[in-house]
Design a protein around this ligand. Sequence first.
Ligand code: PMP
Ligand code: GLN
Length: 379
Amino acid sequence: FKSKLPNLATSIFTEMSLLANQYDAINLSQGFPEFDTPEFLKDSISNEVRSGNNQYSPSNGMPDLLKQIEALIYRRYDTTLNGLESISVTSGATEALFVAIQTIVNNGDEVIVFDPAYDSYEPAVSLAGGKCIHIPLVSPEYKINWNDVENAITASTKAIIINTPHNPTGTLLSENDLIVLSELAHKHNFYVISDEVYEFITFDGQQHESALKYPELFKRTFVISSFGKTFHCTGWKLGYCIAPKPLADEFRKIHQYVTFSSFTPAQLAVANMLETHPEHINELGAFYQKKRNLLLNALSHSRFKTFISKGTYFILLDYSDISDLSDKDFCHWLTKEVGVAAIPLSPFYEGDYDEKIIRLCFAKNDETLLKAASILCKL
Ligand code: PMP
Ligand code: GLN
């Protein structure tokens, strides 16, 4: 038996949440809301279970949910999908990412990812026989340098994975970024996987630039999202992939043999929620912006340097005025000795990383954020 992923250990999110529990620290590490999913969704899912909707859904998703996703895309991005064939419901964005990568990546293909990169991209590419080519985002603003991208493109480049709003940096891609990407994708004939799981969490009046808004780009793109972030229900593992029909057809073939279908009651409950409570999504950005501001304000007298978060529920902090420890050691110390758990940035990078930056999740109750900040201000 030979490991297919010999260089991988347990994910940093699991590691830090375990440590937080073990030391009873305030857990601002793994990204999940501390507050509950809306009452309507809880009632709706239990009604679906009690009504006997407990068997397999169609492999591509419950028709009610597909219709609501189509309507949502029209409302948010003014984009008409021309039927439901392009939408596939998945068991979280993680499954959608895995299946999209399996759909297009063959042995020897290269896939460009931007560091810091979400941890599930690389193993999925490796298991498909491909290789990730890592391009660092340019700090402190964590922007893409498109010249670096063009220089990294080879005859083997099969895809580029983008993520906006971006975990862990909280940055957004601009209209210009998507236009340049679209031109490059056509010129060099590669696909795009656009991870948009935080699509509804943007701040300060900034718009999320979905690949769905760019018809030329969308011709080559898998757009992936997750209801876990949108409806505070990460444990329901419900997401979706939208792709042009030929790509969606191939995606669906593979999805059939990975999970076949996703949890039926959750699909029906989310469809009900989308239909009857559109205000939830409309208010999500403002809801998280308040939390971001509360945390930033409370940390303004600390010795951490804070980065601007324009979206997601994460914020980066530079601790170089506080400690010389490596980011992993600092996060262990912070959890065990100080009582606040955070995520180091190095696991999001290929190779050595020696900057002194950590990620905090602010999807927490205000009291929790204030308590954590008051502890961090003492350092
Ligand atoms: N992509 C990014 C950037 C994420 O942050 C997450 C969730 N942590 C996912 C994908 C996976 O989403 P899901 O939980 O729906 O599988
Ligand atoms: N996406 C979450 C984060 O970034 C973690 C999800 C997971 O634990 N796999 O913290």
